[in-house]
Design a protein around this ligand. Structure first.
Ligand code: ADP
Ligand code: ASP
Ligand code: MG
Length: 444
């Protein structure tokens, strides 16, 4: 059994859905097909919830647009015999979405729970369309088996409950050739709708692949494979034929959006290979992520666009561990912590970081011995070394000089960021130029 996952661009239009149909229907072994929302819909739902919370009536325009887009797609890809039923089922969901948004607009309040409910409609609608379009398929709803729990205000997978529920729900489906599953969406332990985070459909597919012992997890997207850099930013980027799990994990942790970072761990533990394939060019070989060796000094470059630098100015070096531990223990991921009381953080964690550090160093801050300095609008750029070959000894110097040659200012000098990565921080306005400079220096 295989698990195939199709992302937003793959299920974005009637034309791309035809590619999906032919890929799925040509499979010779049974498969589970995980689908994202139609491309761009999750962003529109977030926009819609924001407008509703401001009681801006134009949220209705977004709902109309979503209604029309789904109805047009159904019209062109779903067989006429199933089209009315599919339209009705999607209509029920959009009507419900409109009711929820009306409630948000009346209350002028958007809670994390209502936000999660609103974004869930994307995958709940797309899976209805895909299952009506694929012959002989059955639908199995992730809301019935992916469970999350709250940790430091974030939804994380409740692995144990999920694992038991997957076994229970999929046992009766064993004889089916194709099971369609919505990605991303989940329920929390109070049965409210939650999700696995932006890009989380990859993770849904990986959880299923690991739990049901698939032969392979295929991630079908809009590029020919995992590339040496994001091709939208670095035109010279090329496809990497093979990556080890560890290399892929490092590239994804440092922002390679092609796979959502938590995806790799479940399949890595179960030793199930991942194949990255292009829905629009199925002939291309793609990238195999497995336990093989890529054997290149630097396998690729990645970037996290929105990061900040946090410094505890005036603090002695010995306080570094205290600072970093207080953040990591409270669920804030630190990037490149050094022993000078400095580290990078994701921009989305900045308010929480300030809150934690203000609490932890309250006395020292009040007495004026130290102050917290937060530098925003920075991007973190990383080079990822091969898991089998040493990163070049002078990688940090070469990194700095590649940026320096182009006059790119550095907010945090290149340094070892993990076992296999060297990273630095630059002002976000230099992100694209920096990635190209680093890519030419290390890859080409
Ligand atoms: P999907 O909708 O299929 O989930 P995503 O947009 O999440 O697709 O991921 C695919 C995109 O990831 C590509 O279009 C590409 O711009 C981007 N990307 C970032 N880094 C890389 C990389 N190293 N290799 C390939 N694509 C990358
Ligand atoms: N639709 C969700 C998102 O846009 C999940 C996914 O596409 O993987 O983030
Ligand atoms: Mg994605």
């Amino acid at each position: 059994m295989k698990v195939l996952k199709f992302g937003g661009t793959s299920v974005g239009t009637s034309k791309s859905l035809q590619y999906v149909k032919s890929i799925v229907e040509s499979q010779t072994e049974p498969c589970i097909v995980t689908v994202s929302a139609l491309g761009g819909i999750t962003n529109r739902l977030i926009e819609c919830s924001g407008r509703a919370s401001n009681a801006d009536p134009s949220f209705h325009d977004i709902i109309s647009e979503i209604r029309t887009r789904h109805s047009d797609v159904i019209e062109s890809v779903v067989p006429p015999t199933l089209s009315d039923r599919c339209k009705d089922a999607v209509k029920v969901l959009i009507d419900e979405l409109e009711l929820v948004c009306n409630a948000v607009a009346l209350l002028r309040e958007l809670t994390p729970r209502s936000q999660d409910l609103i974004v869930s409609y994307g995958e709940r609608m797309s899976c209805l369309i895909v299952s009506a379009m694929i012959e002989n398929s059955v639908l199995c709803d992730s809301l019935d088996f992916i469970r999350t729990r709250q940790v430091y205000g974030k939804s994380v997978l409740d692995s144990e409950t999920t694992s038991a529920l997957i076994q229970e729900k999929f046992k009766p489906l064993a004889g089916h050739k194709c099971v369609i599953v919505p990605g991303f969406i989940a329920r929390d332990n109070e049965e409210h709708i939650s999700n696995l985070g932006r890009g989380g459909s990859d993770y849904t597919a990986a959880i299923l692949a690991a739990e049901l012992k698939a032969t392979v997890l295929e991630i079908w997207t809009d590029v020919d494979g995992f590339m040496t850099a994001d091709p939208r930013i670095v035109p010279d980027a090329s496809v990497i034929d093979n990556l080890s799990f560890v290399e892929a994990m490092e590239l994804c942790n440092f922002g390679a959006k092609v796979v959502y970072p938590p995806t790799i761990y479940p399949v890595f533990s179960a030793n199930i290979p991942i194949l990255i394939k292009n829905t629009f060019n199925a002939e291309a070989k793609g990238t195999l992520i497995a336990e093989n060796k890529s054997g290149r000094g630097v396998v690729g470059v990645s970037a996290i666009a929105k990061t900040c630098l946090i410094s505890l100015v005036g603090a002695p070096a010995e306080w570094s561990a205290r600072m970093i531990n207080s953040l990591t223990r409270n669920g804030v991921e630190t990037l490149m912590p050094n022993n000078k009381c400095q580290c990078g953080i994701h921009a989305s964690d900045s308010a929480r970081t300030m809150e934690i550090l203000n609490g932890k160093f309250a006395e020292e801050l009040a007495s004026g011995i130290v102050r917290i300095e937060l530098t925003s609008d920075l991007s973190t750029i990383a080079i990822i070394g091969s898991a089998t070959e040493q990163m070049p000894d002078n990688a940090a110097e070469q990194f700095a000089s590649a940026l320096n040659c182009q006059g790119i200012p550095v907010a945090y000098a290149p340094c070892k960021a993990s076992t296999g990565a060297v990273a630095c921080m630059v002002p976000s306005s230099f992100l694209n130029q920096s990635l190209n400079a680093i890519h030419s220096s290390f890859i080409i």
